[in-house]
Design a protein around this ligand. Structure first.
Ligand SMILES: CC(C)(COP(=O)(O)OP(=O)(O)OC[C@H]1O[C@@H](n2cnc3c(N)ncnc32)[C@H](O)[C@@H]1OP(=O)(O)O)[C@@H](O)C(=O)NCCC(=O)NCCS
Length: 174
């Protein structure tokens, strides 16, 4: 996996990110979108990436195999009285699952969060998404509880686990 480079996404990566989102949306039902991706223009995506690069507590990393985007991971800072928290997202293209790329991106996100002074990371994950739950627990995330019928895909409902990582505790015990 030494040929995979993980770096912060920049506004000029917008077109590749839009195509990537559509690709992964067609590969898994674990995400909030399907193969249609998000209805955003390249300019809107550029603006989103620019605001992430400028925000002190938000980031989006991409995993690259040459010029091909094959994974992404993001932290989105919360506002106001929640500004000590950030919401985490993580995806890898299906053909590259179980090769350690998700772990590498997650390590970068946790490192970024610690350096940025983020105290709590939150995420939601489909309750039957065992690889993702395993991965998050491996890095210390804990389950808070289950949110029933979080997704509805066709006529089927899917529960989600709410998970969090408390970086304050890590700081104290370090
Ligand atoms: C979740 C996801 C990002 C993981 O990426 P990845 O590159 O495959 O992650 P890694 O290879 O680093 O780790 C996968 C882990 O799951 C484990 N795993 C695989 N199948 C498993 C299963 N059925 N049950 C439990 N653990 C499983 C692997 O053994 C590995 O753990 P290990 O490192 O302790 O051996 C990827 O599967 C993905 O993009 N899924 C679709 C999108 C998604 O669900 N994103 C998460 C939304 S919250």
């Amino acid at each position: 996996m030494s040929d995979i480079v993980i770096r912060e996404l920049q506004p000029e990566d917008a077109e590749k990110l839009i195509a990537y989102i559509k690709r992964i949306g067609g590969e898994t039902d674990n995400l909030t979108f399907g193969p249609e991706g998000f209805p955003v223009t390249v300019e809107q995506e550029k603006a989103m990436l620019r605001s992430k690069t400028e925000h002190p507590k938000s980031v989006m990393y991409g995993a690259w195999r040459g010029e091909e985007l094959i994974g992404d991971g993001s932290l989105d800072a919360m506002p106001r009285r929640m500004s000590h928290r950030a919401e985490l997202g993580l995806t890898v293209v299906k053909e590259m699952w179980n090769k350690g790329i998700g772990s590498r991106i997650l390590e970068k996100l946790i490192e970024y969060a610690k350096e940025a002074g983020i105290e709590i990371l939150n995420l939601e994950v489909r309750s039957d998404n065992l690889p993702a739950i395993h991965l998050y627990e491996k890095y210390g995330f804990q389950r808070i509880g289950t949110s029933p019928a979080f997704f509805k895909i066709g006529d089927a409902y899917y529960d989600f686990e709410l998970m969090y990582l408390d970086l304050r505790a890590k700081k104290e015990s370090a």
